[in-house]
Ligand binder design. Structure first.
Ligand code: FES
Length: 301
């Protein structure tokens, strides 16, 4: 029996095993998201009608549970659901009204941080980078096996991310200009990274540094470099990319008429050249006509 997700005036039938978030995105519905792993709460939504599996509410505050909020990225529908975006007025815990509110960590308007003071002796001590590569290989093994961090790397291979981070660390530690990618602010601009998630990442890095037998002194010099970029990564909302003075938003959907035929990123059906498709700006995924309609595929579709 197929289920129906209602979102405003749209109706979407989730595919077998598909999360509610992916079903809505497949149909071109602009739901905010970041980690897709239940860590950032960016996709938080309201269930107006239907049953919410317990897993989709894990970690939510009591006042949100009471109102039937849930995380679509952790939800596989078990009944028809009627869903709405989160209301800002619901998000503040009424219990906090008497407490002073902490200042938000938001530096969206700030420029990227410059590179930290280099430490070329550290590079030499780490066998001219050989130990750095081993640490990073060990670290990304841990990251790709980690349920909270791995979803952020869904579209990039472990080797590629290790190579990139190696060049970045080489530039930070030696001061030589060898890295040409985005610095942390732009590279992570769409990721909602809480202090707790950053700490979790740092704990995995510490495990890798210790496993690769860096001395406590070397570990603290390595960590100094990573901590330098913490303010460029921890945030409570998606930041635009900054190119010079310009800010570029790459969230949400845009439409484009295809010059060449392609395949649907969700079901693999061919999409003919000349078709106008909606694509997600950040994910770059396109939906065929049937997936975008939110309706199930039939044998003839
Ligand atoms: Fe759902 Fe991060 S996108 S919790």
């Amino acid at each position: 029996m197929s289920l129906t997700l209602r979102y405003g005036d749209r109706a979407v039938t989730p595919l077998a095993g598909e999360t509610v978030l992916n079903a809505l995105l497949r149909a071109g519905i602009d739901v905010p998201f970041s980690c897709k792993a239940g860590a950032c709460h960016t996709c938080l939504s309201l269930c107006i009608e239907g049953n919410v599996p317990e897993k989709a509410q894990r970690g939510l505050a009591a006042h949100l549970l009471e109102k039937r909020y849930f995380l679509p990225c952790k939800c596989k529908a078990v009944s028809d659901m009627s869903i709405a975006p989160a209301l800002e007025s619901d998000l503040v815990d009424p219990a906090l009204f008497d407490e002073p509110v902490a200042a938000a960590t938001c530096a969206a308007a700030s420029a990227e941080l410059p590179y930290p003071e280099p430490d070329p002796e550290l590079w030499a001590e780490l066998e001219d980078g050989k130990t750095v590569r081993r640490v990073l290989e060990d670290f990304y093994e841990r990251v790709y096996a980690d349920p909270l961090l791995s979803p952020f790397f869904g579209r990039v291979t472990k080797d590629r991310v290790t190579d990139k981070q190696y060049s970045f660390m080489k530039q930070c530690v030696t001061g030589e200009k060898v890295y040409f990618g985005d610095r942390p602010r732009n590279a992570h601009h769409w990721m909602i990274i809480s202090e707790a998630l950053f700490e979790h990442r740092q704990a995995l890095m510490l495990q890798a540094l210790q496993a690769q037998k860096l001395s406590p002194g070397q570990i603290s010099r390595w960590v100094r470099i990573e901590e330098h970029f913490r303010p460029d990564m921890v945030k409570t909302e998606v930041w635009p990319r900054r190119v010079g003075e310009e800010e570029i938003f790459i969230e949400g959907f845009a439409s484009e008429t295809l010059m060449d035929a392609t395949v649907c990123d969700h079901c693999g059906a061919e999409i003919a050249a000349g078709t106008t498709v909606a694509y997600h700006r950040r994910l770059g995924q396109v939906s065929c006509r049937v997936c975008a309609s939110g309706m199930p595929h039939t044998a003839s579709a």
